[in-house]
Design a binder for this molecule. Structure first.
Ligand code: HEC
Ligand code: HEC
Ligand code: HEC
Ligand code: HEC
Ligand code: HEC
Length: 165
């Protein structure tokens, strides 16, 4: 959602209300995965596959075994399913890798944010948006906007040393 304000001086301010609308990292896995297909209908919790999301420094990625819990048995006879199960059995133990694009001196305690009541969707968007490749933006001003209380959450620290090592 975008808000465009015309200022008295004639300037324009475009303010994106979603917390992080841009890219931050890449995921070079060659196993297909679709969040929408594994949505609420299966009763799957996000933290089943992202074990640190609510408690860790990093959200984490699922292991091959997390997929095998359900994909041990063929779920359907479709050729698509057969090709996928072959790819899964050939895959290494941790098929999904994550590359952070945050500078090494920046601290982002992932789980603390979820514990403080910020929903996954606030920062990552819906399952559909995640599948479409939407990525949270991690420019300092995006972090600060929320910490200053401008995103409707309780204000958090704006002290340099809290976010920088
Ligand atoms: C069945 C396991 C599973 C569940 C449940 C799951 N994910 Fe994922 N998630 C994955 C896999 C596999 C990847 C890596 C593949 C990819 O790039 O999409 C991933 C990647 C992600 C990524 C980073 C990569 C990207 O594409 O943006 C985010 C963010 C994410 N998941 C959020 C969520 C949220 C929020 C939920 C709950 C609504 C959730 N996930 C539930 C398996 C899962
Ligand atoms: C305050 C914003 C925010 C919230 C809330 C949030 N995330 Fe994230 N998430 C991020 C940022 C920023 C990154 C990138 C961190 C990095 O680059 O080191 C990230 C990274 C991820 C990743 C990539 C893998 C990894 O190990 O970090 C996954 C998966 C993920 N988040 C899932 C979730 C899930 C599931 C939830 C809800 C339980 C959630 N996120 C809530 C901002 C958030
Ligand atoms: C809780 C059970 C469960 C888990 C865990 C699970 N899946 Fe699935 N998956 C399903 C079901 C059920 C379907 C069929 C959904 C549909 O077609 O609507 C499916 C469908 C798929 C499909 C589409 C092709 C097909 O077989 O129909 C892919 C690809 C897939 N899953 C990948 C994964 C990966 C990768 C993981 C691990 C990160 C994973 N799944 C974890 C239950 C699961
Ligand atoms: C809420 C967290 C947060 C706070 C507070 C914060 N920063 Fe940052 N800062 C970041 C993030 C995230 C980045 C990396 C993304 C970017 O460059 O915008 C960053 C990047 C920077 C960079 C660029 C670093 C580089 O390697 O290019 C400088 C310089 C910087 N911050 C200085 C400061 C100073 C000085 C303060 C205190 C006045 C401060 N920051 C407070 C989160 C924060
Ligand atoms: C949508 C809101 C939101 C966004 C966006 C956000 N934060 Fe936060 N952050 C919070 C909240 C809420 C807290 C917890 C405040 C508390 O409970 O003291 C927090 C706490 C923190 C803390 C712990 C502060 C302390 O006092 O020790 C750090 C570090 C932090 N965030 C870094 C970041 C960085 C880096 C980013 C950007 C990549 C970011 N945050 C983006 C809401 C946000």
């Amino acid at each position: 959602m975008w808000i465009i304000l015309a200022l008295c001086g004639g300037g324009l301010v475009v303010w994106d209300l979603t917390a992080f609308p841009d890219y931050i990292y890449e995921n070079p896995s060659n196993l297909p995965f679709d969040h929408e297909k594994h949505g609420e209908s299966l009763g799957l919790d996000c933290s089943k596959c992202h074990p640190g999301a609510e408690s860790g420094i990093r959200a984490g990625m699922p292991s091959k075994m997390d997929c095998m819990d359900c994909h041990n048995l063929p779920l359907s006879d479709s050729p698509e399913n057969e090709a996928f199960e072959k790819a899964l059995s050939d895959a290494k133990e941790m098929p999904f890798t994550f590359t952070s694009l945050l500078p090494a001196n920046v601290v982002f305690p992932h789980g603390l944010h979820v514990k403080s009541g910020v929903s996954c969707e606030t920062c990552h968007g819906s399952a559909k948006e995640i599948d479409a490749g939407r990525r949270p933006k991690v420019r300092m001003q995006d972090c600060l906007a929320c910490h200053q209380g401008k995103r409707g959450f309780p204000p958090a620290s704006t002290d340099c040393a809290r976010c920088h090592r």
